[in-house]
Ligand binder design. Structure first.
Ligand code: UDP
Length: 244
């Protein structure tokens, strides 16, 4: 097996990545395929932290639009991320990978509480660590939680898994003129308002020199190829970007 480009990563999966063709909840086939992709990395000796969103179940902003108090809605969204994390933990364990959910919100009957040094220890012990409950605070997203955790656990790379091949100048699904950016800077992503992640999460990566890969999680084998050094998706990093 060829050498991996780094040893510890933080993988961000949106809740929608678990939905498959559906429009709510979790598709068991999709989650077990994602678990197999992660197992491949673990088998290759990688330490993998995972942050999963909750958008396949609840988002605070959407709930607020339908009349639920924003903070309550955000709490519901964070609890949704715990549900997704439990499902991923189960799927990983079924593939024979040791996995542990650590939540930013205390719920001791369900999973452990997130403490950075424990997370790092579990990673060093070869367990996949699923970081649930977002940041534990309303008005944030799980992209921000992913950037924060990536920096905290000392990941060498953060990977944002999406449904498209990387970063484009516009939504490639609706705009055929959209230009693909193989490489760009954090500041370019912010200045052009590119749909990479929200500004808070980009700034956290930028200020802490956390390189970010945006890639298509539905492309078979792409995750492994990326970590074996192939130029998969888009790379967001320091510098002047503009390498279109
Ligand atoms: N959320 C929050 N604080 C956090 C992370 C998430 O309040 O630190 C809530 C927020 O309501 C968000 C929801 O949880 O909409 C689900 O997360 P997100 O929308 O980031 O999920 P994704 O789009 O990745 O599926």
């Amino acid at each position: 097996m060829s050498e991996m480009i780094c040893q510890r990563i933080l993988l961000k999966l949106s809740g929608e990545a678990l939905m498959g063709q559906g429009n709510f909840g979790i598709d068991p086939n999709v989650i077990s395929r994602l678990a197999s992709d992660i197992k491949e990395l673990v088998d290759a000796g990688m330490q993998v932290g995972v942050v999963i969103g909750g958008g396949n179940i609840f988002r605070g902003e959407g709930l607020a639009r339908s009349g639920i108090d924003r903070v309550s809605g955000d709490h519901m969204g964070m609890l949704a991320t715990v549900m997704n994390s439990m499902a991923m933990q189960d799927a990983l364990q079924k593939t024979g990978v040791k996995a542990r959910t650590l939540s930013a919100i205390k719920m001791e009957q369900v999973c452990d509480f997130y403490v950075r040094r424990n997370a790092v220890q579990h990673l060093e012990d070869g367990e996949v660590v699923i970081l649930a409950g977002g940041t534990g605070n309303p008005y944030f997203t799980t992209d921000s939680a992913a950037s924060l955790r990536a920096v905290e656990i000392g990941a060498q790379l953060m990977i944002k898994a999406t449904k498209v091949d990387g970063v484009y100048s516009a939504d490639p699904v609706t705009n055929p003129e959209a230009v693909f950016y193989p490489r760009l800077s954090y500041d370019q992503a912010l200045a052009e308002g590119l749909k990479v992640m929200d500004a808070t999460s980009i700034v956290l990566c930028r200020d802490n020199d956390m390189p970010l890969r945006v890639m298509n999680i539905n492309e078979p084998g792409a995750l492994m190829r990326l970590l074996q050094g192939e130029d998969v998706g888009s790379l967001v990093e320091s510098g002047d970007g503009n390498d279109r």
